[in-house]
Design a protein around this ligand. Structure first.
Ligand code: 4AD
Ligand code: MG
Length: 454
């Protein structure tokens, strides 16, 4: 279909005699002898004003269609005499592809609550806020890929169906072809238990041991029954893994990646980000600039505990050395104490996963979490335990079977070396970039406990 995107029309340098645009009518205003349409095709936030004179072929083509209708408008691009826009289209012909009955079309009003829009997730992309969110998602994904590309990483694809539990937290969705009631796993599709992956890390480690620097950018699943604004059952994780790298290389990678992506979105999605700055989180742009430009604060877990204890703040979860950091603690550190992104390292080994490298103190591991204001944990990662005996010892200590990790242990038997990686929660990144407070509103079709309508 011959047409021009509204985004390119709006940046036209000169009038055009003959343009065709396709899009959905956002609003229709009828004046004396003239109708104004605000047309949006999703290519950008701004609508294109189309002017339709009464008693013309265009007016007859439009009929009484309004908000929600999908149309093709042909006409002339001329400077707009009205306020608020540089260009408008004087319509010469209009074709309506599909109307939207105003008696039932749910998006009649200009503003709707997030709660209401969640019940019509399939229509959310037609609103300013959600189309802007999904455009930012796309650009952020591009920024992630270009960053890794420029740093010599290869993208790898890790399996979704897996027999292992990377995080050892048991929060997995079981996949089976057994009929209800049948419990004999030897009759199941894989002759054993199968789950949806919680992380591509273990496979990414194997691939890094041949390709050097890799990253996986895939969907991961967690059946944790926590109804919080920052947990989803299905989400994307960005997981780089580097051979011949230690914790300080990893922190540098995390910091540079977040700088780059934030800067890219600030410059490439200026119009969309400013919508969030105005209507969702005042001061967002200034806060993003701090994240894009300022070095991250760096502290150890022990120092974090000291800061929290000395804060005099009453936390819901009291703080003592050895407890896992909760969102309220993470936010206090990043948001209030440092006022910027903060990297916490060297957590006690017994609150972290089995694969993290033991520090010489015998108590802590070479872990790092990146905490950001408003969200808390954005990234979790570590240097990996590359020493076969220590890794085996840890697996046994946690009451697991060595045989379940045989292939993973091979990576330590053959050509082992210091290596490190992390996982960045893509949706939490989008929450940070938009100021949106609930993870359900940055995912087109969110999956959370009890919600699978779409
Ligand atoms: O800290 P996590 O659990 O780390 C791992 O899974 C490692 N295997 C990753 C690695 O080293 N390759 O998860 C990593 C990140 C978290 O920091 C968080 O941003 C995000 O994934 N995340 C979630 N995001 C949305 N919903 C959930 N339920 C999430 N669980 C973790
Ligand atoms: Mg974590």
């Amino acid at each position: 279909m011959h047409k021009t995107l509204i985004k390119s029309i709006l940046s036209a340098m000169a009038p055009m005699n003959d343009v065709t645009v396709c899009g959905w009518i956002r609003t229709r205003r009828d004046g004396k002898g003239v109708t104004f349409l605000e047309l949006n095709d999703g290519s950008c936030l701004t609508n294109l004003q189309c002017v339709v004179d009464a008693d013309t072929e265009a007016a007859r083509g439009l009929g009484d269609h309004g908000t929600g209708a999908a149309v093709k408008v042909c006409g002339e691009l001329v400077p707009s005499p009205g306020k608020g826009q540089r260009w408008e289209v004087r319509a010469t012909a209009i074709e309506v592809f599909g109307g939207a009955d105003p008696a039932v079309y749910p998006l009649q009003k200009k503003r709707h609550s997030d709660e209401f829009l969640r019940t019509i997730a399939h229509l959310r992309a037609r609103t300013n806020k959600y189309s802007a969110t999904f455009r930012i998602r796309s650009r952020a994904a591009t920024a992630i890929r270009t960053y890794f590309e420029s740093e010599g990483f290869y993208e790898v694809h890790c399996p979704v169906l897996t027999g292992s539990d990377c995080e050892g937290a048991g929060e997995m969705f079981r996949v089976t072809t057994l009929p209800p009631g049948e419990k004999d796993l030897s009759k199941d599709f894989f002759n054993r238990a199968c789950n949806l992956t919680v992380s591509g890390q273990l496979e990414a480690e194997a691939l890094a041991m041949g390709l050097g620097r890799v990253y996986s950018f895939g969907t991961t699943f967690r059946a944790e029954n926590s109804n919080t604004p920052r947990h989803a059952a299905e989400f994307l994780m960005v997981e780089p893994e580097m051979a011949f790298a230690d914790l300080s290389d990893l922190m540098e990678l995390a910091e540079n990646l977040v700088h780059h992506v934030t800067d890219y979105v600030l410059t490439q999605c200026e119009e969309d980000v400013s919508l969030f700055d105005r209507f969702v989180e005042k001061g967002l742009i200034d806060r993003l600039k701090i994240i894009a430009e300022q070095p991250f604060a760096r502290i150890t877990y022990g120092e974090a505990i000291d800061i929290l204890v000395k804060s005099g703040r009453e936390f819901v979860f009291p703080v003592t050395y050895g407890v896992d950091l909760q969102t309220e603690h993470e936010r206090y550190l990043a948001e209030e104490h440092f006022g910027k992104a903060t990297i916490v390292t060297d957590y006690p080994r017994n609150i972290k996963a089995f694969y993290m490298r033991n520090n010489d103190d015998g108590e802590t591991v070479a872990a790092m979490d990146v905490l950001v204001p408003r969200i808390g944990e954005l990234i979790g990662g570590s240097q990996r335990e590359e020493r076969l005996d220590l890794l085996q010892h840890r697996i046994i200590e946690l009451g697991q079977q060595l045989s379940d990790y045989d292939w993973y242990l091979d990576l330590r038997r053959y050509g082992t070396n210091p290596h490190a990686g992390f996982g960045l929660g893509f949706e939490r990144l989008i929450m940070m970039l938009t100021g949106i407070a609930n993870i359900r509103d940055v995912i087109p079709f969110p999956r959370t406990p009890g919600n699978l309508e779409f």
